[in-house]
Write a protein that binds this ligand. Sequence first.
Ligand SMILES: [Zn+2]
Length: 185
Amino acid sequence: MMAKLPGLGPRSARRAVLHMIKKRGLLMAPLADALHTVAASARECLTCGNITTTDICDICQSARRDTGTICVVQDVADLWAMERAATYKGRYHVLGGTLSALDAVGPDDLRIPKLIERVASENITEVILALNATIDGATTAHYIADQLEGVVRVTSLAQGVPIGGELDYLDEGTITAALKARKVF
Ligand SMILES: [Zn+2]
């Protein structure tokens, strides 16, 4: 089961399980409890798609966040990467993937219609595209920019995001620089 997790091959999965069995009192029981709680209560924020235990996530509910800006990311891991950089003060929109002709992923398979709806109804002044610098990420960014053209200012993260790079792997300084130097799409 563990070997099916991303980033864990059969060998590292075996080592992790063995370690947990050795430390079962200290590690395994608390982990089992935590997993049980998350399995029972985790869901997607109805507004942005962030992982939350309530209908609307903390970021969407926070009075301290700028409500006029939406940062569009591919996955929740990318949202976490942006939050680690602690520069961005707006809110998010998690697509849940990228468009992909190869995997037959279309706009309606992602949270794109919901994004268009939010821009129309939430008094948004800027949409920042923070998608991965992959072919599918770029295709998705272009599609969204087309949909929002003439409706709202659309920008994207600037230099610093390497080609093929994923946000989740970038350090906080690089994300901050890319955010500050963002350009109109
Ligand atoms: Zn939310």
